[in-house]
Design a protein around this ligand. Structure first.
Ligand code: TRP
Length: 337
């Protein structure tokens, strides 16, 4: 059995990229492992206004519940409510160089996308350290994330090894990333990554009309002009999505063969994809609406999750403080910490 820790930034509603990249895996894993799923509000605050972060925390919780994360099997919690994570980040910041932070390819890419080159908040550059603390505080051994998060896992393990070496202890444990075989879901426009800020995302909460419009504007093979022309399947976004969502793989394989030979209209492939997406998202949307009606219940569920998560993180922080020699008054009545 693994201990799993994973999470998402509450900067907007979760989308199909999250679903394929990690949500699906988390739902499959929750019955067999000890899973913690974190709404990373502190991480979101490294580059997003507080009001926006605040208003998206519950939205992400609805998304989690709607896709089938079960609070009886997974502990859902909010990062900021676990102050031990901030303390562990502080200790970890001493174990990583500025040059190493600047080399992290995911952060580099995000800095470029956001146009932050001239003015990177220190907290943004250091968020992989805070993410390492999230993972280490739960002694997680498995982290289900999208492919773009692989460098974070490597950086986490470097820090964990350094901490253990520095303190001559085995306090912290290394983790492995669990990245879906399927690979990253491209954006609706065919670009490498789906992102709300990139304007190419389809939210899990999308309406039937939004789903229809999204499929309609998807790219296919730009050289497939007439129905009878042979078409390309590789790099064709509509087929990539069919691979990700259509459970009838036999039928998809036949459709691909036919499309390659020629004789299949793009509209026919799109119709199939639209049906599949409508069928996938309809129950998610319905469940989400139910949970949104019970926002008090969801808030209470999160509060209980935070309490459970805090017990685990504070135990690790006791070990960490001891390893660093910071327990000055541990055996004194009325101790400070
Ligand atoms: N970086 C992740 C994202 O962009 C969110 C996250 C924060 C996370 N802490 C984590 C993911 C720990 C996995 C483990 O969505």
């Amino acid at each position: 059995m693994h201990t799993i820790l994973t999470g998402d930034r509450p900067t907007g509603p979760l989308h199909l990229g999250h679903y394929v990249g990690s949500l699906r895996n988390r739902v499959a894993l929750q019955s067999r492992h000890r899973q913690f799923v974190m709404i990373a509000d502190l991480q979101a605050l490294t580059d997003t206004e507080p009001a926006k972060v605040r208003s998206n925390v519950l939205e992400v919780a609805y998304d989690y519940l709607a896709v089938g994360l079960d609070p009886d099997q997974s502990t859902l919690f909010i990062q900021s409510q676990i102050p031990e994570l901030a303390e562990l980040t502080m200790h970890f910041l001493n174990l990583v160089s500025l040059a190493r932070l600047e080399r992290n390819p995911t952060v580099k890419e995000e800095i470029r996308q956001r146009g932050l080159e001239r003015d990177v908040p220190a907290g943004f550059l250091a968020y992989p350290v805070s993410q390492a603390a999230d993972i280490a505080a739960f002694k997680a051994t498995l982290v289900p994330v999208g492919a773009d998060q692989q460098p974070m896992i490597e950086q986490t393990n470097e820090i964990v090894r350094r901490f253990n070496a520095l303190t001559g202890s085995a306090t912290l444990v290394e983790c492995a990333a669990l990245i879906p075989e399927q690979g990253r879901l491209p954006g609706l426009d065919g670009s490498a990554k789906m992102g709300k800020s990139l304007g190419n995302a389809l939210a899990l909460s999308a309406s039937p009309d939004e789903i229809r419009a999204a499929v309609k504007r998807m790219y296919t093979d730009r050289n497939h002009l007439r129905v009878q022309d042979p078409g390309r399947v590789e790099g064709n976004v509509v087929f990539t999505y069919l691979d990700a969502f259509d459970t009838d793989t036999q039928k998809v394989a036949e459709l691909k063969d036919h499309y390659r030979r020629g004789g299949v209209a793009d509209t026919a492939v799109k119709r199939r994809l639209e049906d599949v997406l409508q069928a996938t998202l309809a129950p998610v949307r319905a469940r989400r609406a139910q949970y949104a009606l019970d926002h008090e219940g969801v808030r209470r569920m999160l509060q209980e999750g935070c309490a459970r998560a805090r017990v685990v993180a504070s135990q690790t922080l006791r070990d960490v403080r001891q390893a660093l020699g910071l327990e000055y008054f541990a055996d004194t009545p009325g101790k400070v910490a």
